[in-house]
Design a protein around this ligand. Structure first.
Ligand code: ADP
Ligand code: ADP
Length: 232
């Protein structure tokens, strides 16, 4: 079973003469351990795609299956639960809570899940993303790259099958950006999770194992990358 399977995905905003077709029949299948970069010009449908996969918006036609479960078949509560457990989100601006420490931020999804081993598990994930030594620091005491590592630990905390990353390096200098891209590659290729990342940066995309190019709401090209391309 693919981790993620999109079939005939379609989303049209508005109606009549002002209708905008944001997604125009997208088929995509992601297997465990893939690191997929999605690129394409502004307005081509990347955010809409992430919203539909993340269960934040509903398709007008087509299906989204996450680990075999069709999102459209779930009621709101079960959709929220599935999203919380099986999808980790990483954002451009980290979205950390300023008054909480790194470990408290990383533990949040586990607390929402009512787990009493939340801090312990959060520490484990902070260690794995290389930030174990800063577990008690607050976001304003961390660099951008370190803050994004906290966000990645938070995204991994519930052990989701899929990580969705929306421009995860868009707010980082190029060195930190390459480190975060390398971490996402490690998470997929070595730890066998599946990562779907939207990026504008071809150097960042070159860390992925697969490149999906979008245009006008469709997938224009879908290429395997060998991951050895690097910036000169
Ligand atoms: P991208 O993330 O690649 O920039 P989007 O998914 O944001 O693309 O947008 C795809 C198309 O859908 C664009 O033409 C955009 O203007 C339109 N669109 C996105 N969201 C809305 C909305 N809420 N209402 C109307 N049009 C929208
Ligand atoms: P944009 O990329 O157009 O600036 P946003 O900043 O609103 O859009 O969100 C970026 C992406 O992050 C969204 O497309 C969505 O997939 C995801 N996202 C945002 N907020 C949430 C949330 N509360 N839960 C899950 N996913 C979210």
């Amino acid at each position: 079973v693919p981790v993620l399977e999109l079939r005939g995905l379609r989303r049209v905003y508005g109606s009549g003469t002002t209708a905008v077709t944001a997604l125009d029949g997208v088929d995509l299948s992601l297997q465990e351990g893939e690191f997929v970069a999605v690129m394409g010009p502004s307005g081509c449908g990347k955010s809409t795609l992430l919203n539909l996969i993340g269960g934040l918006d509903a398709a007008d036609a087509g299906t989204v299956r996450l680990a075999g479960t069709e999102l459209g078949s779930l009621d709101d509560d079960r959709l929220t639960e599935l999203r919380r457990r099986e999808i980790g989100f990483v954002f451009q601006f980290f979205n950390l809570i300023p008054v909480l420490t790194a470990v408290e931020n990383a533990a949040l999804p586990l607390r929402l899940d009512g787990r009493n081993d939340a801090d312990e598990l959060a520490r484990h994930w902070l260690d794995r993303v290389g930030l174990g030594g800063r577990a008690n620091a607050r976001p304003d005491q961390l660099s951008g790259g370190q803050q994004q590592r906290v966000a990645v630990a938070r995204a991994l905390a519930t052990d989701p099958v899929l990580l969705l990353a929306d421009e995860p390096t868009g707010n980082l200098d190029s060195k930190s950006a390459a480190e975060i891209a390398g971490l996402l590659r490690q998470i997929s290729v070595e730890w066998n999770r599946t990562v779907l990342m939207v990026t504008h940066d071809p150097v960042i995309a070159s860390h992925a194992t697969r490149l999906v190019l979008m245009r006008d709401g469709r997938i224009l090209d879908d290429l395997a990358l060998d991951g050895t391309l690097q910036a000169p």
